[in-house]
Design a protein around this ligand. Structure first.
Ligand code: AMP
Ligand code: MG
Length: 328
C-alpha cells in the first residue's frame, strides 16, 4: 500500500514539517523537509520556544506541502511527536496535527521522537541488518538495540546529553547556539589536555566534564579545551557502543541525532568498528537534527503496524508524553 505522510516535529528548538512517501514495499522517499529553529543565547526557554513554533507552524507546513508538490487532499496520514520533549513545545505540534487531521479527515499517528531519529538513519542509509544505535543529540545520549521488537537502552548518560553539554560549554564562552559545530571547528587546532573521563559499565556522564572544561579555560587555550572535551566525551560513547556490540554479538552500528554530524565522532566509531570487523552507518547530515521527515517515516511504520493510530472517533485520546522512554 502506497502511503504519503505529513510529519510534524516540535519537541524542543525546532518546528519541523516533512512529507514522506512509502512505496508499499520497503522504500521511504523524503519529498520535503522544512524547519523553523528557535535559538536563544541563554538556551531554550520552553514557553518562548512554543510561541515561536505557534507563529511558524502554518507557514512551515504550507512550504513543506508545496516543496513536495502536494495538497492536504494528497496526504494519507498525519504524524506528530508524542515525546520526549518540552511540554509547551510538544503541545504546539500535536495541536497542529490534530487540527489538520480533523479538518481533512485523516488518521493521526503518534510517534516517539527517539525512535524517529533511529528510523530515519536506518532508512536513509544502506543498513539492512540488526544493529546497535548510537543516538546522540541535544536532549538524549543513548546506546540502544532492538530485542523482541522493541528498542532497549543498553547504555545512556547518567546526567546531561552530550549535545547539551557541548551547548552549555559554548554558551558559557559566548560561542552561540548550537555549540556543536563551533566547538568542532575550534577543536581542529587543539591538542589534548587532561579532562575527567567517566564510563560505568555501558553508562557514561558528561556534566562533570563540562564543568571542568569551563574551569580549565582559565589556564588553557579554548582550542585545546574544545579538542579535549570532544576526545573524552566521544571516547566514552565509543567505549560503550563497543561493549554493547560485543555483548549482542552484532556487527553494525547506526549513528543518529544532531551530534551525529560531528566528523570526529564519526571517525572514532569508524576506527572502532573496523577494528572489530564491523561497520557504521551515519545518518545524512541534513536529517541528523530534529526534523519532520523522520516523524513521517516512523508515522508510516506505526500506521502499518497499527501502533498509536487514532481516527476521528478516538482522536481526543491523543496526548503528549513529555518524559516518554523509548522502551515504553
Ligand atoms: P537535535 O537535538 O537532534 O536537533 O540536535 C541538536 C544538537 O546537535 C545540538 O546540541 C547541537 O550542538 C548538536 N550538533 C549539531 N552539529 C554538531 C556538530 N557538528 N558536532 C557536535 N554537535 C553538533
Ligand atoms: Mg532530537
Amino acid at each position: 500500500m502506497q502511503i504519503k505522510c505529513l510529519g510534524i516535529e516540535s519537541t524542543a528548538h525546532t518546528f519541523g514539517a516533512g512529507v514522506v512517501s512509502f512505496n508499499g514495499e520497503d522504500k521511504f522517499e523524503i519529498l520535503s523537509s522544512q524547519k523553523a529553529c528557535y535559538f536563544e543565547k541563554e538556551g531554550i526557554r520552553p514557553t518562548l520556544a512554543a510561541q515561536h513554533h505557534t507563529q511558524k507552524a502554518p507557514e512551515t507546513i504550507k512550504v513543506a506541502l508545496k516543496e513536495a508538490d502536494m495538497k492536504m487532499t494528497d496526504i494519507d496520514i498525519i504524524a506528530y511527536s508524542i515525546g520526549p520533549g518540552m511540554t509547551p513545545c510538544l503541545i504546539v505540534g500535536s495541536t497542529a496535527a490534530k487540527i489538520l487531521a480533523l479538518k481533512h479527515k485523516k488518521p493521526l499517528v503518534a510517534v516517539n521522537h527517539c525512535v524517529a531519529h533511529i528510523d530515519i538513519a536506518k532508512e536513509m542509509t544502506e543498513c539492512k541488518e540488526a544493529f546497535v544505535a548510537v543516538f546522540v543529540s541535544g536532549g538524549n545520549s543513548q546506546i540502544l538495540s532492538k530485542t523482541e521488537g522493541r528498542y532497549r537502552i543498553f547504555g545512556e548518560t547518567q546526567d546531561i546529553a552530550v549535545g547539551n553539554a557541548i551547548d552549555k560549554f559554548a554558551r558559557s564562552v559566548d560561542l552561540g547556539f548550537p555549540g556543536g559545530p563551533v566547538v568542532e571547528k575550534l577543536a581542529k587546532d587543539g591538542k589534548y589536555i587532561g579532562l575527567p573521563y567517566s564510563v560505568k559499565g555501558c553508562d557514561f556522564s558528561f556534566a562533570g566534564i563540562e564543568t571542568q572544561a569551563e574551569r580549565t579555560l582559565k589556564t588553557n587555550r579554548i582550542e585545546d579545551v574544545c579538542y579535549s572535551m570532544q576526545e573524552v566525551m566521544f571516547s566514552a560513547i565509543c567505549e560503550s557502543a563497543e561493549r554493547v556490540l560485543g555483548h549482542l554479538k552484532l556487527k553494525t552500528l547506526v549513528l543518529c541525532g544532531g551530534v551525529a554530524r560531528n566528523k570526529t565522532l564519526q571517525e572514532k566509531l569508524k576506527i572502532m568498528t573496523s577494528e572489530r570487523d564491523a561497520k557504521v552507518f551515519c545518518v545524512p547530515g541534513e536529517y541528523a537534527g530534529d526534523n519532520g521527515a523522520m516523524i513521517a517515516i516512523t508515522g508510516i511504520k506505526n500506521y502499518l503496524k497499527k501502533i498509536n493510530c487514532f481516527d476521528k472517533k478516538d482522536i481526543r485520546k491523543t496526548a503528549v508524553i513529555p518524559k516518554i522512554r523509548i522502551d515504553q
